[in-house]
Ligand binder design. Structure first.
Ligand code: NOJ
Length: 549
């Protein structure tokens, strides 16, 4: 029996601002490519990617068909957490180049029609930041300490941390300082590594400084900011105990006194005003973890940020019902505030989705990843592509311990100790490592099998992941029904998702077996080969098809 593809429910209000297209802005439909700077392209042969390397490869990104880049932190930093420990927010780390390289990169990207979003890290600084050095030298209660969270310890001699909070990277979220006379002193708060002390956003000086830093980069021409830990800048008053031992997850949705506090929204509202005071639709993107889609939507209210990463989609299992539920919830939540939804499958903090979806079977993972890419790029809103996913790179699971750099790996039970495996430098060309990454080596070793996954090896091969992404991104520009806008579910058998958009239908078979459906239109792109018979089409297992109707 072949079930029909009749329209069923519409998951969100057609009269929402998003659906009417009233607030059309580039970011509402944009595909944004995440460049993990140290692993994209190395111009000088030190084995670490840099800004010039990115600039030289911009034609590749323009040709891929993305709209914008998001660059991970390239600021002056001791690199205790891959640059998310910033010592000077206005300087480029020599590892990545100099300020003029950032300027050149932004100009050249704009010339090629690409926008540039940079990372901003406001929850914490590096412990080498001049402010933190001043704070250490200051006395308890001094003005330099007021920029951070310093507290006396508990216990008879202050030998116990001020509260029971744990660091996301494992171990207590507090480190004790040593006074000038060599005696143990106050403790300071760090939700991440000890080298990343948390700023106190109650301090007007902190707020003024970040306004100035944002202006610095906006003046240089960047198109917006990806805001690191956008849900963590404000802590519950009094820094109350949690009352249980619970390590906060980097990718999690726990209710905790240091995440998703209502006070953060005031900061984002002020930043939105600042962004809007510049021409050219500069945007703010929240890296925010909230317990529900509804709480997350608060970050993208009309007077706050433009987008928030949809991690619920990233963490969703390969299961049609679960995916449909996440899609519905995400669309409903963002529609309620008139914001576009975002879709993301991978980033520099999670196991790459080829590996996640494959659960030990590489071929299955690749097959599902092809389908997932077409699903993601057909859904309403904006999408994020993490460098290398367009090449179908798997997670590198066998890195030797001595090359690892993720701070969580070194903090005992740090749950995120596997983040290096998704950060291995990209293979561009050639038969041997570093596969055109740069004239030297690469800071993490690339697997031998990556010759076949390089940009060069995949270019022109119609069956490759790269050509699938190129085709999908080109079609996304041509087909007016894609990007921001409306969608409606179509009836489909168990395990299959089918939805329509203006002039377009997408069908996803999540099952391990093929399904037969009535042909819904003209096939324009498929993640696997289709077979037609009569008025029906056989859709292979774990595959996705785009149809023009
Ligand atoms: C989120 C970033 O994506 C991650 O890489 C970093 O370790 C933490 N924030 C802390 O800045």
């Amino acid at each position: 029996m072949t079930p029909d593809l009749a329209p069923s429910v519409r998951p969100f209000a057609a009269d929402s601002a998003a659906a009417s297209g009233e607030q059309a802005g580039w970011w509402r439909s944009a595909v944004i490519y995440q460049v993990y700077v140290r692993s994209f392209a190395d111009s000088d042969g030190d084995g670490v990617g840099d800004l010039r390397g990115i600039r030289e490869r911009l034609p590749y990104l323009a040709g891929l068909g993305v709209d914008a880049l998001w660059l991970t932190p390239f600021y002056a930093s001791p690199q205790a957490d891959g640059g998310y420990d910033v010592a000077d927010y206005r300087a480029v780390d020599p590892l990545f180049g100099q300020l003029s390289d950032a300027d050149d990169l932004v100009r050249e990207a704009h010339r090629l029609g690409l926008r540039v979003i940079v990372d901003i890290v406001p929850n914490h600084t590096s412990d080498q930041h001049v402010w933190f050095q001043e704070a250490l030298a200051d006395r308890p209660g001094g003005t330099a300490r007021a920029r951070y969270h310093f507290r006396p310890g508990r216990g008879e001699d202050g030998e116990l941390p001020p509260n029971d909070w744990e660091s996301v990277f494992g171990g207590p979220a507090w480190t004790r300082t040593t006074d000038a006379d060599g005696r143990p002193g106050e403790w300071y708060l760090h939700l991440f590594a000890p080298e990343q002390p948390d700023l106190n956003w109650d301090s007007p000086e902190v707020r003024e400084e970040f306004d100035s830093v944002l202006r610095f980069w906006l003046d240089l021409g960047v198109d917006g900011f990806r805001i690191d830990v956008a849900h963590g800048m404000v802590k519950a008053p009094g820094l109350p105990d949690i009352g249980r031992t619970e390590q906060a997850k980097l990718i999690g949705a726990q209710v905790l006194p240091f995440f998703d506090q209502d006070g953060v929204h005031e900061i984002h509202r002020a930043w939105r005003k600042l962004l809007d005071s510049y021409p050219g639709e500069r945007v703010g993107v929240a890296e925010a973890w909230a317990p529900t889609s509804e709480r997350l939507a608060l970050y993208v209210r009309p007077d706050e940020l433009h987008q928030a990463f949809n991690f619920q989609f990233l963490t969703c299992d390969w299961d049609a019902d679960a995916m449909r539920e996440v899609i519905d919830r995400s669309l409903a939540a963002t529609a309620s505030v008139g914001a576009p939804t975002t879709w993301v499958l991978s980033n520099h903090d999670v196991v790459r989705h080829v590996t996640r979806y494959g659960a030990g079977d590489g071929e299955l993972g690749r097959t599902r990843a092809r389908a997932a890419a077409l699903l993601m790029l057909a859904l309403p809103g904006s999408a994020y592509v993490y460098q290398g996913e367009e090449l179908g790179l798997p997670e590198v699971v066998d890195l030797p311990d001595e090359v690892r750099q993720d701070p969580a790996f070194f903090r005992g039970d740090g749950q995120d100790g596997l983040r290096d495996g998704c950060r291995v430098p990209l293979p561009w060309s050639g038969e041997a490592a570093p596969y055109g990454f740069g004239p030297g080596g690469s800071w993490l070793p690339q697997p031998e099998q990556w010759a076949g996954l390089s940009v060069e090896a995949q270019s022109g091969d119609p069956r490759s992941m790269l050509e699938l992404y190129r085709s999908a991104l080109a079609l996304r520009r041509q087909l007016p029904g894609l990007g921001d806008g409306d969608m409606g579910w179509l009836q489909a058998p168990e395990g299959v998702l089918a939805f329509s958009r203006p002039g377009f239908v997408c069908t996803l078979n999540t099952l391990g077996a093929e399904v037969t459906l009535p042909v819904p239109g003209r096939p324009v792109l498929a993640s696997a080969a289709l077979e037609f018979a009569g008025g029906t089409v056989r859709i292979p297992s774990n595959s996705c098809v785009w149809w023009a109707v």
